[in-house]
Design a protein around this ligand. Structure first.
Ligand code: SF4
Length: 447
Protein backbone atom coordinates (compact mmCIF):
# COMPACT_ATOMS: atom_id res chain seq x y z
CA UNK A 1 0.00 0.00 0.00
CA UNK A 2 1.43 3.40 -0.98
CA UNK A 3 0.96 6.18 1.53
CA UNK A 4 1.12 9.97 1.55
CA UNK A 5 1.17 12.81 4.03
CA UNK A 6 0.54 16.45 3.12
CA UNK A 7 1.74 19.18 5.49
CA UNK A 8 -0.01 22.46 4.81
CA UNK A 9 0.64 25.97 6.01
CA UNK A 10 -1.00 29.23 4.92
CA UNK A 11 -4.41 30.30 3.70
CA UNK A 12 -7.62 28.45 2.89
CA UNK A 13 -6.59 28.33 -0.78
CA UNK A 14 -3.62 26.20 0.24
CA UNK A 15 -5.90 23.93 2.28
CA UNK A 16 -8.16 23.54 -0.76
CA UNK A 17 -5.13 22.78 -3.00
CA UNK A 18 -3.94 20.12 -0.56
CA UNK A 19 -7.39 18.51 -0.53
CA UNK A 20 -7.48 18.51 -4.31
CA UNK A 21 -4.05 16.91 -4.57
CA UNK A 22 -5.07 14.35 -1.92
CA UNK A 23 -8.10 13.39 -4.03
CA UNK A 24 -5.79 12.88 -7.04
CA UNK A 25 -3.36 10.75 -5.04
CA UNK A 26 -6.20 8.61 -3.71
CA UNK A 27 -7.48 8.06 -7.24
CA UNK A 28 -4.16 6.38 -8.08
CA UNK A 29 -4.16 4.17 -5.01
CA UNK A 30 -2.45 6.23 -2.31
CA UNK A 31 -3.71 6.29 1.27
CA UNK A 32 -3.32 9.21 3.68
CA UNK A 33 -1.35 8.68 6.89
CA UNK A 34 -1.43 11.15 9.78
CA UNK A 35 2.31 10.99 10.51
CA UNK A 36 4.90 11.72 7.81
CA UNK A 37 7.26 9.05 9.19
CA UNK A 38 4.83 6.45 7.77
CA UNK A 39 4.53 8.09 4.34
CA UNK A 40 6.07 7.01 1.02
CA UNK A 41 5.42 10.51 -0.28
CA UNK A 42 5.62 13.64 1.88
CA UNK A 43 4.25 16.84 0.35
CA UNK A 44 5.01 20.23 1.89
CA UNK A 45 2.48 22.86 0.83
CA UNK A 46 4.15 26.21 1.48
CA UNK A 47 3.08 29.82 2.01
CA UNK A 48 5.34 32.74 1.07
CA UNK A 49 3.11 35.54 2.34
CA UNK A 50 5.03 35.83 5.61
CA UNK A 51 8.63 34.98 6.43
CA UNK A 52 7.49 33.01 9.48
CA UNK A 53 5.42 30.61 7.34
CA UNK A 54 8.37 30.02 4.99
CA UNK A 55 10.72 29.44 7.93
CA UNK A 56 8.38 26.76 9.29
CA UNK A 57 8.30 24.97 5.93
CA UNK A 58 12.09 25.12 5.53
CA UNK A 59 12.63 23.83 9.04
CA UNK A 60 10.29 20.93 8.23
CA UNK A 61 12.29 20.26 5.05
CA UNK A 62 15.48 20.23 7.15
CA UNK A 63 14.02 17.51 9.41
CA UNK A 64 12.96 15.43 6.38
CA UNK A 65 16.43 15.83 4.79
CA UNK A 66 18.02 14.52 8.01
CA UNK A 67 15.72 11.49 8.01
CA UNK A 68 16.60 10.73 4.41
CA UNK A 69 20.32 11.11 5.20
CA UNK A 70 19.83 8.54 7.98
CA UNK A 71 18.51 6.07 5.43
CA UNK A 72 14.73 6.52 5.46
CA UNK A 73 13.21 5.86 2.02
CA UNK A 74 10.48 8.27 0.92
CA UNK A 75 9.93 10.98 -1.68
CA UNK A 76 9.50 14.68 -0.94
CA UNK A 77 7.56 17.16 -3.04
CA UNK A 78 7.19 20.87 -2.34
CA UNK A 79 4.25 22.88 -3.66
CA UNK A 80 2.62 26.25 -3.00
CA UNK A 81 3.67 29.88 -3.00
CA UNK A 82 7.32 29.35 -2.01
CA UNK A 83 7.84 27.64 -5.37
CA UNK A 84 8.32 30.19 -8.11
CA UNK A 85 10.63 31.32 -10.86
CA UNK A 86 13.34 32.11 -8.32
CA UNK A 87 13.46 28.77 -6.55
CA UNK A 88 17.01 27.93 -7.70
CA UNK A 89 18.54 28.66 -4.31
CA UNK A 90 15.98 26.44 -2.62
CA UNK A 91 16.71 23.63 -5.07
CA UNK A 92 20.38 23.95 -4.19
CA UNK A 93 19.60 23.97 -0.48
CA UNK A 94 17.29 20.93 -0.68
CA UNK A 95 18.55 18.76 -3.57
CA UNK A 96 16.71 15.81 -1.99
CA UNK A 97 13.32 17.28 -3.01
CA UNK A 98 12.05 15.27 -5.98
CA UNK A 99 9.46 17.75 -7.30
CA UNK A 100 9.01 21.53 -6.95
CA UNK A 101 5.44 22.29 -7.98
CA UNK A 102 4.32 25.92 -8.36
CA UNK A 103 0.88 26.80 -6.89
CA UNK A 104 -1.91 24.68 -8.38
CA UNK A 105 0.39 22.87 -10.78
CA UNK A 106 0.30 19.41 -9.33
CA UNK A 107 1.13 17.36 -12.40
CA UNK A 108 4.76 16.77 -11.38
CA UNK A 109 3.65 15.42 -8.00
CA UNK A 110 1.01 13.13 -9.50
CA UNK A 111 3.51 11.89 -12.08
CA UNK A 112 6.06 11.17 -9.36
CA UNK A 113 3.45 9.31 -7.32
CA UNK A 114 2.07 7.50 -10.38
CA UNK A 115 5.47 6.38 -11.61
CA UNK A 116 6.34 5.00 -8.17
CA UNK A 117 3.27 2.75 -8.43
CA UNK A 118 3.47 1.95 -12.17
CA UNK A 119 0.22 3.77 -12.85
CA UNK A 120 -0.47 3.75 -16.59
CA UNK A 121 0.03 6.91 -18.63
CA UNK A 122 -3.64 6.83 -19.61
CA UNK A 123 -4.84 6.69 -16.01
CA UNK A 124 -2.46 9.45 -15.01
CA UNK A 125 -3.39 11.57 -18.03
CA UNK A 126 -7.06 11.40 -17.05
CA UNK A 127 -6.13 13.09 -13.77
CA UNK A 128 -4.14 15.97 -15.20
CA UNK A 129 -5.69 19.07 -16.61
CA UNK A 130 -3.16 21.70 -17.62
CA UNK A 131 -1.32 21.27 -14.36
CA UNK A 132 -4.39 21.05 -12.13
CA UNK A 133 -5.49 17.68 -10.83
CA UNK A 134 -8.82 16.93 -12.50
CA UNK A 135 -10.33 15.81 -9.24
CA UNK A 136 -12.56 17.27 -6.61
CA UNK A 137 -11.53 16.85 -3.04
CA UNK A 138 -13.71 14.27 -1.29
CA UNK A 139 -14.98 16.07 1.81
CA UNK A 140 -14.50 14.64 5.27
CA UNK A 141 -16.97 16.82 7.17
CA UNK A 142 -19.88 19.20 6.91
CA UNK A 143 -17.91 22.11 5.40
CA UNK A 144 -15.73 22.46 2.30
CA UNK A 145 -13.66 25.05 0.47
CA UNK A 146 -14.34 25.66 -3.22
CA UNK A 147 -11.81 27.83 -5.07
CA UNK A 148 -13.68 29.87 -7.70
CA UNK A 149 -10.97 32.24 -8.92
CA UNK A 150 -7.23 31.69 -8.83
CA UNK A 151 -4.47 34.30 -8.78
CA UNK A 152 -4.62 38.05 -8.32
CA UNK A 153 -4.31 41.05 -10.64
CA UNK A 154 -3.99 43.72 -7.96
CA UNK A 155 -0.23 43.79 -7.30
CA UNK A 156 -0.26 45.48 -3.90
CA UNK A 157 3.34 46.56 -3.37
CA UNK A 158 4.03 44.32 -0.36
CA UNK A 159 2.34 41.15 -1.62
CA UNK A 160 3.95 38.14 -3.23
CA UNK A 161 0.71 36.40 -4.22
CA UNK A 162 0.41 37.74 -7.81
CA UNK A 163 4.08 36.87 -8.41
CA UNK A 164 3.54 33.28 -7.33
CA UNK A 165 -0.10 32.50 -8.09
CA UNK A 166 -0.31 34.43 -11.36
CA UNK A 167 -3.15 36.46 -12.88
CA UNK A 168 -6.82 36.09 -11.99
CA UNK A 169 -8.42 33.09 -13.62
CA UNK A 170 -12.05 32.23 -12.93
CA UNK A 171 -13.42 28.70 -13.10
CA UNK A 172 -16.48 28.21 -15.31
CA UNK A 173 -19.84 28.51 -13.51
CA UNK A 174 -20.95 24.99 -14.49
CA UNK A 175 -17.74 23.44 -13.19
CA UNK A 176 -18.15 25.15 -9.81
CA UNK A 177 -21.83 24.22 -9.50
CA UNK A 178 -21.06 20.60 -10.44
CA UNK A 179 -18.43 20.50 -7.70
CA UNK A 180 -20.87 21.94 -5.15
CA UNK A 181 -23.47 19.31 -6.16
CA UNK A 182 -20.80 16.63 -5.70
CA UNK A 183 -19.99 18.02 -2.23
CA UNK A 184 -23.68 18.16 -1.28
CA UNK A 185 -23.97 14.52 -2.33
CA UNK A 186 -21.15 13.70 0.12
CA UNK A 187 -22.82 15.35 3.11
CA UNK A 188 -21.41 18.88 2.92
CA UNK A 189 -23.80 21.52 4.28
CA UNK A 190 -21.62 24.62 4.00
CA UNK A 191 -19.32 25.72 1.19
CA UNK A 192 -16.84 28.59 1.29
CA UNK A 193 -16.14 30.10 -2.13
CA UNK A 194 -12.49 31.09 -2.29
CA UNK A 195 -10.50 33.66 -4.20
CA UNK A 196 -7.66 36.01 -3.33
CA UNK A 197 -10.12 38.73 -4.41
CA UNK A 198 -13.30 36.70 -4.59
CA UNK A 199 -15.56 39.46 -5.95
CA UNK A 200 -13.36 39.62 -9.05
CA UNK A 201 -14.92 36.27 -9.96
CA UNK A 202 -16.17 36.12 -13.54
CA UNK A 203 -14.61 39.27 -15.01
CA UNK A 204 -12.45 37.12 -17.30
CA UNK A 205 -15.25 34.75 -18.40
CA UNK A 206 -17.37 35.09 -21.53
CA UNK A 207 -20.39 37.35 -21.36
CA UNK A 208 -23.83 35.75 -21.42
CA UNK A 209 -27.13 36.42 -19.74
CA UNK A 210 -25.65 36.30 -16.28
CA UNK A 211 -26.42 39.80 -15.05
CA UNK A 212 -22.95 40.55 -13.65
CA UNK A 213 -20.57 43.14 -15.15
CA UNK A 214 -21.30 43.36 -18.92
CA UNK A 215 -23.45 40.24 -18.71
CA UNK A 216 -20.64 38.16 -17.27
CA UNK A 217 -21.15 35.83 -14.31
CA UNK A 218 -20.19 37.16 -10.88
CA UNK A 219 -20.34 36.01 -7.29
CA UNK A 220 -24.09 36.71 -7.22
CA UNK A 221 -24.49 34.27 -10.15
CA UNK A 222 -22.80 31.57 -8.06
CA UNK A 223 -24.93 32.36 -5.00
CA UNK A 224 -28.10 31.95 -7.09
CA UNK A 225 -26.86 28.68 -8.60
CA UNK A 226 -25.94 27.23 -5.21
CA UNK A 227 -29.26 28.33 -3.74
CA UNK A 228 -30.90 25.73 -5.97
CA UNK A 229 -28.66 22.87 -4.77
CA UNK A 230 -30.40 20.67 -2.18
CA UNK A 231 -28.39 19.81 0.89
CA UNK A 232 -26.30 22.98 0.96
CA UNK A 233 -27.53 25.15 3.82
CA UNK A 234 -24.85 27.83 3.95
CA UNK A 235 -22.52 29.66 1.62
CA UNK A 236 -19.52 31.74 2.69
CA UNK A 237 -17.04 33.62 0.53
CA UNK A 238 -13.58 35.08 1.02
CA UNK A 239 -11.44 37.13 0.63
CA UNK A 240 -13.17 40.37 -0.36
CA UNK A 241 -11.57 43.31 -2.10
CA UNK A 242 -13.42 46.58 -1.38
CA UNK A 243 -13.23 47.96 -4.90
CA UNK A 244 -14.64 44.80 -6.48
CA UNK A 245 -17.54 44.55 -4.04
CA UNK A 246 -20.47 45.72 -6.16
CA UNK A 247 -23.93 46.65 -4.91
CA UNK A 248 -25.25 43.62 -6.79
CA UNK A 249 -23.03 41.31 -4.75
CA UNK A 250 -23.91 43.00 -1.44
CA UNK A 251 -27.61 42.78 -2.33
CA UNK A 252 -27.25 39.10 -3.21
CA UNK A 253 -25.71 38.40 0.21
CA UNK A 254 -28.64 40.22 1.82
CA UNK A 255 -31.31 38.52 -0.30
CA UNK A 256 -30.09 34.91 -0.61
CA UNK A 257 -30.98 33.10 2.62
CA UNK A 258 -28.15 30.54 2.28
CA UNK A 259 -25.40 33.16 2.01
CA UNK A 260 -23.97 34.06 5.43
CA UNK A 261 -23.85 37.77 6.29
CA UNK A 262 -20.15 37.48 6.99
CA UNK A 263 -17.61 39.62 5.15
CA UNK A 264 -13.83 39.28 5.22
CA UNK A 265 -12.67 42.62 3.81
CA UNK A 266 -9.01 43.48 4.38
CA UNK A 267 -8.52 47.21 4.79
CA UNK A 268 -4.75 46.88 5.51
CA UNK A 269 -4.42 50.53 6.64
CA UNK A 270 -6.66 53.39 7.70
CA UNK A 271 -4.38 56.01 6.14
CA UNK A 272 -4.83 57.13 2.55
CA UNK A 273 -1.13 57.95 2.14
CA UNK A 274 -0.20 54.49 3.39
CA UNK A 275 -2.85 52.87 1.14
CA UNK A 276 -1.26 54.69 -1.79
CA UNK A 277 2.19 53.36 -0.91
CA UNK A 278 0.63 49.91 -0.65
CA UNK A 279 -1.06 50.51 -4.05
CA UNK A 280 -4.29 49.11 -2.68
CA UNK A 281 -6.27 50.94 -5.32
CA UNK A 282 -8.88 52.53 -3.00
CA UNK A 283 -9.14 55.22 -0.36
CA UNK A 284 -10.47 54.89 3.18
CA UNK A 285 -13.62 56.73 2.06
CA UNK A 286 -14.47 54.01 -0.46
CA UNK A 287 -13.87 51.31 2.14
CA UNK A 288 -16.18 52.99 4.62
CA UNK A 289 -18.82 53.59 1.95
CA UNK A 290 -18.84 49.84 1.18
CA UNK A 291 -19.16 49.04 4.90
CA UNK A 292 -22.05 51.52 5.16
CA UNK A 293 -23.78 49.83 2.22
CA UNK A 294 -23.36 46.40 3.84
CA UNK A 295 -24.73 47.65 7.15
CA UNK A 296 -27.62 49.46 5.49
CA UNK A 297 -28.73 46.15 3.96
CA UNK A 298 -27.62 43.86 6.84
CA UNK A 299 -27.37 45.69 10.17
CA UNK A 300 -26.10 42.54 11.93
CA UNK A 301 -23.52 41.56 9.29
CA UNK A 302 -20.23 40.31 10.72
CA UNK A 303 -17.14 42.13 9.44
CA UNK A 304 -13.61 40.80 9.62
CA UNK A 305 -10.58 42.63 8.31
CA UNK A 306 -6.81 42.33 7.88
CA UNK A 307 -4.29 45.00 8.85
CA UNK A 308 -0.56 45.21 8.24
CA UNK A 309 1.45 47.37 10.62
CA UNK A 310 4.94 48.75 10.05
CA UNK A 311 4.82 48.87 6.25
CA UNK A 312 7.60 50.98 4.68
CA UNK A 313 7.37 54.57 5.81
CA UNK A 314 4.41 54.09 8.17
CA UNK A 315 4.44 57.10 10.49
CA UNK A 316 2.87 57.39 13.94
CA UNK A 317 0.19 59.61 12.41
CA UNK A 318 -0.63 57.05 9.71
CA UNK A 319 -0.79 54.30 12.31
CA UNK A 320 -3.11 56.47 14.44
CA UNK A 321 -5.40 56.80 11.41
CA UNK A 322 -5.56 53.00 11.22
CA UNK A 323 -6.48 52.75 14.89
CA UNK A 324 -9.15 55.41 14.42
CA UNK A 325 -10.65 53.58 11.43
CA UNK A 326 -10.76 50.26 13.30
CA UNK A 327 -12.49 51.95 16.23
CA UNK A 328 -14.99 53.69 13.93
CA UNK A 329 -15.96 50.53 12.06
CA UNK A 330 -15.98 48.14 15.05
CA UNK A 331 -14.92 44.93 13.31
CA UNK A 332 -15.86 41.52 14.70
CA UNK A 333 -12.41 40.17 13.90
CA UNK A 334 -9.11 41.92 13.08
CA UNK A 335 -6.26 39.84 11.69
CA UNK A 336 -3.07 41.79 12.17
CA UNK A 337 0.46 41.12 10.92
CA UNK A 338 3.73 43.04 11.05
CA UNK A 339 5.22 43.86 7.65
CA UNK A 340 8.11 41.74 6.46
CA UNK A 341 9.60 42.28 2.99
CA UNK A 342 8.86 39.47 0.55
CA UNK A 343 11.50 38.82 -2.11
CA UNK A 344 10.68 40.18 -5.55
CA UNK A 345 7.83 42.46 -4.50
CA UNK A 346 7.87 46.16 -5.39
CA UNK A 347 8.11 47.06 -1.69
CA UNK A 348 11.10 44.80 -1.18
CA UNK A 349 12.89 46.26 -4.21
CA UNK A 350 11.97 49.94 -3.86
CA UNK A 351 10.67 50.81 -0.39
CA UNK A 352 13.04 50.68 2.59
CA UNK A 353 11.85 48.51 5.49
CA UNK A 354 12.38 51.47 7.81
CA UNK A 355 9.99 50.88 10.71
CA UNK A 356 12.06 49.43 13.57
CA UNK A 357 11.11 45.93 14.75
CA UNK A 358 10.18 47.13 18.25
CA UNK A 359 7.84 49.77 16.78
CA UNK A 360 6.18 47.11 14.61
CA UNK A 361 5.75 44.92 17.69
CA UNK A 362 4.25 47.75 19.73
CA UNK A 363 1.79 48.58 16.92
CA UNK A 364 0.90 44.91 16.62
CA UNK A 365 0.06 44.80 20.34
CA UNK A 366 -2.13 47.91 20.06
CA UNK A 367 -4.21 46.31 17.29
CA UNK A 368 -4.36 42.95 19.05
CA UNK A 369 -5.71 44.69 22.17
CA UNK A 370 -8.28 46.53 20.07
CA UNK A 371 -9.33 43.27 18.47
CA UNK A 372 -9.74 41.45 21.80
CA UNK A 373 -11.90 44.26 23.21
CA UNK A 374 -14.04 44.71 20.13
CA UNK A 375 -14.50 40.99 19.61
CA UNK A 376 -15.54 40.40 23.24
CA UNK A 377 -17.97 43.33 23.06
CA UNK A 378 -19.54 41.86 19.92
CA UNK A 379 -19.68 38.36 21.40
CA UNK A 380 -21.28 39.75 24.60
CA UNK A 381 -24.24 40.87 22.52
CA UNK A 382 -25.02 37.20 21.88
CA UNK A 383 -25.17 36.23 25.57
CA UNK A 384 -28.57 34.74 26.38
CA UNK A 385 -29.59 34.81 22.71
CA UNK A 386 -30.10 31.93 20.32
CA UNK A 387 -27.78 31.51 17.33
CA UNK A 388 -27.95 29.16 14.37
CA UNK A 389 -24.94 26.82 14.54
CA UNK A 390 -23.72 24.18 12.09
CA UNK A 391 -22.07 21.24 13.86
CA UNK A 392 -18.60 20.70 12.37
CA UNK A 393 -17.15 18.33 14.98
CA UNK A 394 -18.65 16.03 17.57
CA UNK A 395 -16.86 13.66 19.92
CA UNK A 396 -18.11 10.45 21.48
CA UNK A 397 -19.15 12.35 24.64
CA UNK A 398 -21.50 14.53 22.61
CA UNK A 399 -19.26 17.63 22.78
CA UNK A 400 -19.99 19.60 19.66
CA UNK A 401 -18.12 22.42 17.96
CA UNK A 402 -19.67 24.54 15.28
CA UNK A 403 -19.92 28.04 13.90
CA UNK A 404 -22.60 30.69 13.82
CA UNK A 405 -23.50 32.39 10.55
CA UNK A 406 -21.08 35.14 11.59
CA UNK A 407 -18.30 32.57 11.86
CA UNK A 408 -17.99 32.53 15.67
CA UNK A 409 -16.85 29.27 17.19
CA UNK A 410 -19.38 27.72 19.61
CA UNK A 411 -18.81 24.78 21.96
CA UNK A 412 -21.88 23.00 23.27
CA UNK A 413 -23.27 19.59 24.16
CA UNK A 414 -25.60 17.98 21.68
CA UNK A 415 -27.20 14.64 20.86
CA UNK A 416 -27.10 15.69 17.19
CA UNK A 417 -24.61 14.81 14.48
CA UNK A 418 -22.05 16.50 12.28
CA UNK A 419 -23.88 18.55 9.66
CA UNK A 420 -26.88 19.38 11.86
CA UNK A 421 -27.99 22.99 11.80
CA UNK A 422 -29.23 23.83 15.29
CA UNK A 423 -30.45 26.68 17.41
CA UNK A 424 -27.98 27.08 20.26
CA UNK A 425 -28.55 29.30 23.28
CA UNK A 426 -25.35 31.20 24.08
CA UNK A 427 -24.55 30.87 27.79
CA UNK A 428 -20.91 32.06 28.05
CA UNK A 429 -18.68 34.28 25.93
CA UNK A 430 -14.99 35.17 25.64
CA UNK A 431 -13.18 37.20 22.98
CA UNK A 432 -12.36 34.06 21.05
CA UNK A 433 -15.27 31.64 21.40
CA UNK A 434 -18.73 31.03 22.75
CA UNK A 435 -20.26 28.29 24.86
CA UNK A 436 -23.86 27.35 24.57
CA UNK A 437 -26.67 24.90 25.03
CA UNK A 438 -28.50 23.01 22.31
CA UNK A 439 -31.91 24.69 22.59
CA UNK A 440 -33.59 21.28 22.06
CA UNK A 441 -31.62 19.55 24.86
CA UNK A 442 -31.93 21.49 28.10
CA UNK A 443 -30.24 18.83 30.24
CA UNK A 444 -26.93 18.69 28.37
CA UNK A 445 -23.96 20.81 29.40
CA UNK A 446 -20.44 21.10 28.03
CA UNK A 447 -17.64 19.93 30.32
S1 SF4 B 1 -5.29 42.02 -3.42
FE1 SF4 B 1 -3.22 42.69 -2.88
S2 SF4 B 1 -2.87 41.70 -0.88
FE2 SF4 B 1 -4.59 40.61 -1.82
S3 SF4 B 1 -3.65 38.87 -2.90
FE3 SF4 B 1 -3.87 40.55 -4.39
S4 SF4 B 1 -1.89 41.61 -4.32
FE4 SF4 B 1 -2.02 40.35 -2.48
Amino acid sequence: MATYNIWTVGCQMNVADSQKLAAGLERIGYTAVPDDVDADLVVINTCAVRQHAEDRAFSKLGVLRKRQAEGAKFDIAVMGCSVGPKTADLRRRFPNVAVWAPPQQFDGILELAGNARDVSEGELGSLLDGGMARTWAVPSGSTAFVPVIHGCDKFCTYCIVPLRRGREQSRPVDDILAEVRFLAGHGVREVTLLGQTVEAYGHDLDAGAYGGRDGRPDLATLFAGIDAIDGIARVRFLTSYPKDMTDRIIDAVADQPKVCEHFNIPVQSGSNTMLERMRRGYAVELFEERVARIRARMPDAALATDVIVGCPGETEAEFAETVALLERVGFDVIHVAAYSPRPGTYAERRLPDDVPAEVKKARLRVIEGLHARSSERINQRLLGKTAEVLIEQLDELGRATGRTRAGQLVHFASPGQVGDLLDVEITQVTSWSLRGRDARSPVLTVV
